[in-house]
Design a protein around this ligand. Structure first.
Ligand SMILES: [Zn+2]
Length: 83
């Protein structure tokens, strides 16, 4: 799963709530994801937070691997061009 997990507090709409004074609710976990040219923030319930962390981690590892393979292929292409 693409994105970055972020933890942040939230302000509710109840008048007179302590969060209006700056003591926010939470923190809650959100997935910040950039798709189709825009960024979105999706709430991640605590019950699935560990799974979300794993999904994000696996994707980051996969993308790092693809970036590495891409660099290797670019280098191979350069060498071929010099032959
Ligand atoms: Zn509140």
């Amino acid at each position: 799963m693409r994105g970055v997990l972020v933890s942040r507090g939230r302000r509710c709409s109840s008048a007179g709530c302590h969060c209006q004074e700056g003591e926010l609710h939470g923190p809650y976990t959100y997935l910040a994801v950039y798709t189709d040219g825009r960024s979105r923030t999706v709430y991640v319930p605590a019950a699935v937070q560990a799974i979300a962390e794993r999904y994000v981690e696996v994707t980051q590892r996969g993308e790092a691997l693809l970036a590495e393979i891409s660099q290797i292929n670019l280098e191979l292409l350069r060498r071929r061009a010099l032959e």
